[in-house]
Design a protein around this ligand. Structure first.
Ligand code: FES
Length: 148
């Protein structure tokens, strides 16, 4: 999580993405970098991105709101996507959503293959990949995501 240094947001955004090209093809990597740095996206952050990249706000908002994995409000529930595709199902991944449903502030969704078949069961906690997922390591990841 970034510390507010008193520097204007636009300058902080420019510093965080200084090494990335400022064209549309880099918008998604830019949003990921900023979400990781600031903890989540916000309207004011998107406005700063618009200014730094010279891309209309509406276009940036369209991209940012389209990708469900990009984090927005830190108060929003943690989304956990558990792979229930064939390979992970063979390792009992279908039991994980049941175990996690009792966690307050967590929304559990079943997911198709996450591309981690060799280390399944796999899950995503927000955008973080969890391999060899168990109720214990998923709870730890959820806690880390909430509290940094
Ligand atoms: S089947 Fe679960 S990650 Fe591929």
């Amino acid at each position: 999580m970034a510390v507010n240094t008193g520097m204007p947001l636009t300058e902080r955004v420019a510093a965080v993405v200084a090494d990335l090209p400022k064209d549309r093809s880099q918008l998604l990597p830019t949003l990921w970098r900023l979400a990781d740095h600031f903890g989540c996206l916000s309207p004011s952050l998107l406005a700063a991105v618009s200014e730094v990249m010279h891309i209309p706000y509406a276009e940036i908002y369209g991209v940012a709101s389209f990708y469900a994995l990009l984090p927005w409000d830190p108060g929003q529930p943690v989304i956990v996507r558990v792979c229930t595709d064939v390979m992970c199902s063979l390792k009992n991944s279908s039991e994980l959503p049941t175990v996690l449903k009792d966690h307050e502030g967590v929304v559990v969704k079943e997911s198709p293959c996450l591309g981690q078949c060799d280390l399944g069961p796999a899950a995503l906690v927000g955008s973080r990949v969890v391999r060899n997922a168990t109720p214990g390591n998923l709870a730890a990841e959820i806690g880390e995501m909430r509290h940094g």
